[in-house]
Design a protein around this ligand. Structure first.
Ligand SMILES: CC(=O)Nc1cc[nH]c(=O)n1
Length: 114
């Protein structure tokens, strides 16, 4: 019984990373395996297991393991980043500029769906 209550406590204490709803299908299909965030979301750490949810609805649709968190400059974004985001490099840079208009220093969070 202690195990169950601890697991329940752990669930209640797990962080959540939110994505725009339009990314849900790619994440569930394993096609989107990184996300580029600003400093406000640089607190995630490799090894963490976190809930994944839609920003718009708060609907949680799974859990991901954080594999790595590393700095990347906007100007250094390349084709590999685009492929890991399941989009073209132009689409990726446009998206990032829409979300973070002035940003130069990003945090690349690599994750895998569990
Ligand atoms: C909600 C939110 O910030 N979503 C983002 C931001 C950057 N990349 C991404 O995949 N999702």
């Amino acid at each position: 019984m202690l195990g169950f209550s601890f697991t329940y406590w752990l669930e209640g204490n797990m962080q959540t990373i939110t994505f725009f709803q339009r990314f849900e299908a790619d994440i569930l299909a394993g096609k989107k395996t990184i996300t580029l965030r600003d400093k406000s979301e640089s607190h995630f750490e490799a090894g963490q297991i976190v809930h994944v949810a839609n920003l718009e609805t708060s609907h949680s649709y799974g859990q991901v393991e954080i594999l790595s968190v590393a700095w990347v400059k906007f100007d250094d974004l390349n084709q590999l980043h685009a492929e890991q985001e399941n989009m073209t490099l132009v689409e990726l840079k446009t998206l990032i500029r829409e979300i973070y208009p002035e940003i130069e220093q990003l945090y690349q969070i690599n994750f895998k769906l569990l």
